[in-house]
Ligand binder design. Structure first.
Ligand SMILES: [Zn+2]
Length: 227
């Protein structure tokens, strides 16, 4: 069955999603940005968070968790090789099984469909903030060795939201239900969630085989995992 999920995200607090790689920024943890310097939300980063939520949900639903699947992401050696894939690898893939679902990047768009004539006019579109934080080095056996680091954060100006798309093919409706439940459990995005970064409000629209389907109705079908 063809699955299309459209996402519209409004950031309520600044977010921080880094590349890990050095970017053109003074911060230790710079944001990922497109060629024009606009921060975006990498699909891979959202996918990782949703997968983690789905793992917790499915283990709560399928009681007792059958010994049939011994899948322990993110360790490739301990993940499903198939053909009998666990529900999570069926949706998100494993190192031996390509994911049937793709998470596109979420990019900035205006709330009205019409883009601004000139992005340069919206100067604040590219204005990010640098925050200083204190980290604790847990790898050393020192009670609290403090490290000062800087994180680049961003909150879009009013009238701009993030839009993105999750799409692909799934076998069963209850897999779509699980994916949606995981997606809705992601209440904050990226790094620094415990410090209040990345809180977002997400609107979700779903089409199955081209037909709009209510998210609420699909979520009822989560029950089918417990029967
Ligand atoms: Zn698995």
């Amino acid at each position: 069955m063809q699955v299309e999920i459209e996402l519209s995200a409004t950031l309520e607090t600044p977010f921080s999603i880094g590349t890990g790689a050095m970017a053109d920024s003074v911060a230790d943890k710079p944001l990922v940005k497109d060629a024009a310097g606009r921060p975006f939300i990498p699909g891979s980063s959202l996918k990782g968070q949703v997968r983690h939520k789905c793992e917790r949900i499915i283990r709560a639903l399928v009681v007792p968790w059958p010994g049939r699947w011994r899948c322990e992401a993110p360790y490739p050696d301990r993940m499903c090789r198939g053909p009998d894939l666990c529900p999570i690898c069926r949706i998100f893939g494993s190192p031996w099984h390509p994911a049937p679902i793709t998470f596109n990047n979420l990019t900035l768009t205006t709330i009205v469909e019409e883009p601004p004539r000139d992005w340069e006019q919206l100067r604040s579109v590219r204005a990010t903030d640098i925050r200083l934080g204190v980290g604790i080095n847990r790898s050393r056996n020192v009670t609290a060795e403090e490290l000062l680091y800087s994180t680049e954060t961003y909150v879009p100006p009013l009238a701009l939201i993030y839009r993105g798309r999750i799409w692909g093919t799934l076998e069963e409706r209850r897999e779509v239900a699980l994916l949606l439940a995981g997606l809705r459990s992601v209440v904050a995005l990226g790094g620094g969630r415990s410090r209040g970064l990345g809180w977002w409000r997400l609107e979700i629209a779903v089409k199955l085989d081209g037909q709009p389907v209510s998210v609420y109705e699909l979520l009822q079908e989560l029950d089918q995992w417990s029967s």
